[in-house]
Design a protein around this ligand. Structure first.
Ligand SMILES: *Cc1c(COP(=O)(O)O)cnc(C)c1O
Length: 501
């Protein structure tokens, strides 16, 4: 009998849970009631009582466990291999952070607990604030925002509030063309017009273009430093002066702080307001929509406008201060994603100052190691000294009809998660690679070997790359239709179509 004819016990084509269902099976057993039974229809109204959910799968506990465990082995995760995604800084999250975050008093702390019972949790936040101020060189920080994009919005609302208080909120935000999409989205949501600033031929801020653009209408410039090519904006102090001379502010997108921690501080090179991505730089696990942390750090001028409540020392105790008349108000329920804050502090304390600095140096070393290994095989359109990430273009490969997305898909066959595809937009067919400091030489060598091997395949057999991946259950899907018209509802087989997604 050929292997295709065998109905394998465990297969890589896991059936849907619905297909394993058989009527009457239960995955649980509940103890008898120790209170008098209530008629649900009498208590809730008959129209609210459901007798059955159509098509709901009925399986045993072991069937449910095995089904989901099998599915979980199809997921790529940072515990499985490296994530070379640029911009996103997907570093390994040390297990000790999880241990600390699960400490009973922290994990079970409730935001409605009175201050007297929350002193430990408040101390954690106060210490994290102090550490972030030391790292950024700023004067005050709020831990409330839930992630980077939320931090951006908070930061630009602070700028608006401050300028409004001075008499004129102004009209425009300047944003370089290499920026992350959340920057212009933020500016627009905060009620500003966006003016794009073309990058110089070197891929960095163009001082002359900027000088022209900075008028009394400009509220702020939003800049990522190092920029999305991984290149440090060497004129950043002059850029800050230029803005300040016209009464505008400098916002720094801190998503790339993994290249700066322990080396240089935004507060020292003229930044007025910035966000940090705790889930990027400070190792909290992210992806899949998990919680993040987007603290916003500011200079003194913006401090009065920070969200309420603010931590305040009252003798030996911490207390929450809500009496801040200039505050923009709350941006989030309670005090931020507390578990993320705990992990970030655990990470910072475990490393210490010297350790954080070493992590930065290793991140820069790893990115440059990959750059040197891959430079002979891929075009590097902006050959400036880069820090923690490197951006190639697919120019050479596209002459054979192979694009960055094809190379990324082929990487999956080699067992790697793809790099960031087609970002930043100033690079034609970008391959954006950020290994982070948590990868060792063996992993980096294997990753580089995979890309070098794919570069050779592009020459010898471009169709092989263009039709990748070949090792996965599904290969190319129609990404546009999947995004625009997702089908996520399962219909019983009798009515025709099956689940799709
Ligand atoms: C990730 C990222 C953001 C957005 O941050 P989130 O935490 O995902 O909201 C903004 N700018 C840059 C450059 C980024 O890499």
């Amino acid at each position: 009998m050929s292997i295709q004819k065998v109905r394998a016990h465990i297969s890589q084509n896991e059936a849907l849970l619905f297909e394993r269902s058989s009527p009457g099976k239960r995955g649980y057993q509940l103890p008898g009631l120790d209170v008098p039974p209530v008629d649900p229809a009498a208590a809730l109204g008959a129209e609210n009582v459901r007798v059955e959910i159509e098509g709901f799968p009925e399986v045993s506990e072991v069937e449910a466990i095995r089904h989901f465990t099998r599915l979980s082995t199809w997921n790529y995760a940072i515990d499985y291999g490296m994530y070379p995604l640029g911009s996103c800084t997907m570093k390994y999250n040390p297990r000790v952070n999880e241990l600390v975050a699960r400490t009973e008093g922290l994990a079970w702390a409730h935001p409605y607990q009175p201050e007297a019972l929350s002193q430990g949790a408040m101390e954690v936040m106060a210490r994290l604030e102090a550490a972030l101020l030391e790292i950024t060189g700023m004067d005050a920080v709020t831990l409330q925002p839930a992630a980077g994009a939320h931090g951006e919005l908070t930061g630009i609302l602070l700028v608006r509030a401050c300028l409004e208080k001075r008499g004129n909120p102004r009209k425009k935000i300047l944003i370089p063309d290499s920026a992350h999409g959340t920057n212009p989205a933020t500016a627009a949501i905060a009620g500003y017009a966006v003016e794009n600033i073309r990058s110089s031929e070197r891929g960095t801020l163009d001082l002359a273009a900027l000088e022209q653009a900075v008028t009394e209408e400009v509220a702020a410039l939003m800049v990522t430093n190092p920029n999305t090519l991984g290149v440090f904006e060497e004129n950043i102090a002059r850029v800050s002066e230029l803005l300040h001379r016209k009464g505008a502010m400098l916002y720094m997108d801190g998503a790339n702080m993994n290249a700066l921690v322990g080396i240089t501080r935004p507060g020292d090179f003229g930044v007025d307001v910035m966000h940090l991505n705790l889930h990027k730089t400070f190792s909290t696990p992210h992806g899949g929509g998990g919680p993040g942390g987007g603290p916003v750090a500011v200079k003194k001028v913006l401090e009065p406008f920070l969200p309420v409540p603010r931590l305040k020392r009252a003798g030996k105790k911490w207390t929450w201060n809500y009496k801040r008349p200039d505050s923009i108000g709350r941006v989030r329920a309670f005090y931020g994603n507390f578990g993320v804050l705990v992990r970030a502090l655990a990470y910072i304390l475990a490393h210490g100052g010297e350790g954080l600095r070493n992590a930065t140096l290793d991140a820069v070393l790893n990115a440059n190691y990959l750059r040197k290994k891959l430079e002979p095989y891929f075009d590097l359109p902006y050959p400036l000294p880069n820090m923690h990430e490197v951006v190639f273009s697919d120019d050479r490969q596209s002459r054979r009809g192979v694009r960055t997305g094809d190379i990324a898909k082929r990487l999956i066959d080699y067992g790697f998660h793809p790099y960031t595809v087609s970002f930043p937009l100033i690079v034609h067919g970008a391959l954006m690679i950020e290994p982070t400091e948590t990868e060792g030489k063996l992993e980096l060598d294997q990753f580089a070997d995979a890309l070098v091997s794919i570069a050779a395949e592009v020459e010898s057999d471009p169709d092989l790359v263009k039709s990748a991946p070949h090792s996965t259950r599904t290969s190319r899907v129609d990404e546009v239709t999947a995004a625009r018209r997702p089908v996520v509802r399962w219909k019983p087989a009798s009515t025709g179509s099956q689940a799709a997604g």
